[in-house]
Design a protein around this ligand. Sequence first.
Ligand SMILES: O=C(CO)[C@H](O)[C@H](O)COP(=O)(O)O
Length: 221
Amino acid sequence: MSVEQDKRLAAEAAVAEICDGMIVGLGTGSTAAFAVAALARRITDGLKVEAVATSKATAQAAIAAGIAVRDFAEVPSLDLAIDGADEIDARLWAIKGAGGAMLREKAVAAAAKRFVVIADGSKSVEAIGAAKLPVEVLPFALSFVVARLEELGAAVTVRPDYWTDNGNLVADCRFAALADPHALAGAIDAIPGALGHGLFLDEVDAAYISAAGEVTRRDRT
Ligand SMILES: O=C(CO)[C@H](O)[C@H](O)COP(=O)(O)O
């Protein structure tokens, strides 16, 4: 069983939660792409839903697959959102944003009554923190924000030649250890010009993780 097959199985398990009439948030990345494909198949079979996309790439893929995509600016709440992650642990704390969509992803996750992460087994970790933590940065404030992130203990790399769908930069942060992720999230949230980050600590309601072809569901307790 390949990693790609595990991504597909996790995505299909989450897409099975979708019911007629729902508005569904669609994540970004290679695992989320399997959810888009699985949802498109269910729509072909008669499911009636609308979607909101967390990136231009996902919107394009969803529309091409025949999914009705609404502008999130006009949608105050969603029934369910499904997205990938770079790391997820047993507490359902996750790091997201390797694909650079974490700001939109967090807004869509927050708007959803239920937020479900889908991942292959390689993303499942004992404790989050080994993955780089991406921070979306207002270009105007780049030097200031990078200096503040360094004060918080990060080794920072600004993604070269990369802009988010919102026209901003991404600072990838490596921390020696994430001793207190909630405190770190609060400290980054408090930096003017740091517009969003990939720490998802309270958002995830459940995760479907597929390893060697076996899908496990983790629920927030
Ligand atoms: O947060 C994300 C994009 O901003 C992705 O969901 C995350 O990077 C996982 O991507 P993939 O499924 O391709 O490994």
